[in-house]
Design a protein around this ligand. Structure first.
Ligand SMILES: Nc1ncnc2c1ncn2[C@@H]1O[C@H](COP(=O)(O)OP(=O)(O)OP(=O)(O)O)[C@@H](O)[C@H]1O
Ligand SMILES: [Mg+2]
Length: 268
């Protein structure tokens, strides 16, 4: 059974550039096993951060991408049929609770509320997971911690976490990093010189001002890394920016012109 969890260990240190006091705060939160919520726009470093923290704390990390078709069974487990009859198979949340992993529920708000409530008894003093179908009450391993991600921009009134869920978590706000730090990240991740990375970050800074004025979301750090990767692989800078920064986020001709203009400012 030891094998079950070893595949979730992170052996190599993930590159993570701290942007604030998030590492120290998370360390403190983990030491009391406080459930945590990582909030912030897409592509700003939430997943990288939790991978880094799992590595630093030497805990396995089990990530579940949530979606609206997900049922409680997808988290908790289900009976499977095999030659010998039926066999119970733990879901990812149950494995994490049993073996003491950090369980990262990505975009948890996508899951239906009846799915979300299965985390309630795990995220208060009880720290238990009742498996309704088997009657087992799993007590969480002392190392177990639950972490969820949440993009505050995308929620509608219909699709939001209940207060009774939200109030079980501490929350860390993630934003796009400060320009100098973002430049460092883009350069590190892609191998492009700092000067090029700096230009990409400046373009993003201009484009981020268009959020709410024609763009639904800013250009993320992830997109800048895509652009840098194309440039590092000999795609001409303006073309790289069109492919990686402008075309994915808008089809509006005016917005594309505005983004092209920003690109021209820095890449001539
Ligand atoms: N602080 C950081 N240190 C190192 N790399 C970073 C940092 N922030 C962002 N990155 C880079 O940006 C990429 C995107 O970040 P990540 O996948 O963590 O975003 P996310 O916030 O989880 O997005 P989503 O909400 O879409 O899942 C990472 O693969 C990494 O290369
Ligand atoms: Mg992520």
């Amino acid at each position: 059974m030891k094998d079950v969890i070893s595949q979730y260990r992170i052996d190599k240190e993930p590159y993570y550039r701290a942007v604030s006091d998030e590492i120290a705060v998370y360390d403190a939160a983990y030491s009391v096993r406080m459930p945590m919520m990582l909030k912030g726009p897409t592509g700003c470093g939430k997943t990288r951060f939790i991978e880094y923290m799992a590595w630093k704390l030497q805990k396995p990390l089990i990530t579940v991408a949530c979606n609206e078709d997900m049922t409680a069974s997808d988290l908790v487990g289900r009976f499977l049929l095999d030659a010998n009859g039926t066999r119970w198979q733990d879901g990812p949340l149950t494995i994490a609770a049993r073996f003491g992993a950090i369980c990262y529920l990505d975009e948890v708000v996508e899951a239906r509320q009846d799915t979300t409530v299965v985390i309630h008894p795990l995220t208060d003093n009880r720290r238990v997971l009742p498996l309704e179908k088997t009657g087992e009450l799993v007590s969480a391993h002392p190392d177990f911690q639950l972490v969820i991600s949440y993009n505050p921009g995308y929620q509608s009134v219909m699709k939001d976490l209940k207060q009774s869920t939200k109030q079980r978590f501490g929350a860390l706000d993630f934003k796009y990093p400060e320009p100098a730090i973002e430049e460092e990240i883009v350069s590190h991740e892609t191998g492009v010189p700092r000067e090029i990375a700096g230009k990409l970050v400046s373009i993003a800074k201009m484009a981020r001002n268009l959020k709410g004025h024609g763009l639904d979301e800013g250009i993320s750090t992830r997109m800048l890394i895509y652009a840098g990767n194309l440039i590092a692989n000999n795609v001409e800078a303006k073309r790289a920016c069109r492919v990686a920064l402008a075309a994915p986020i808008t089809d509006d001709p005016d917005m594309r012109d505005a983004l092209d203009a920003a690109v021209t400012t820095f890449f001539g």
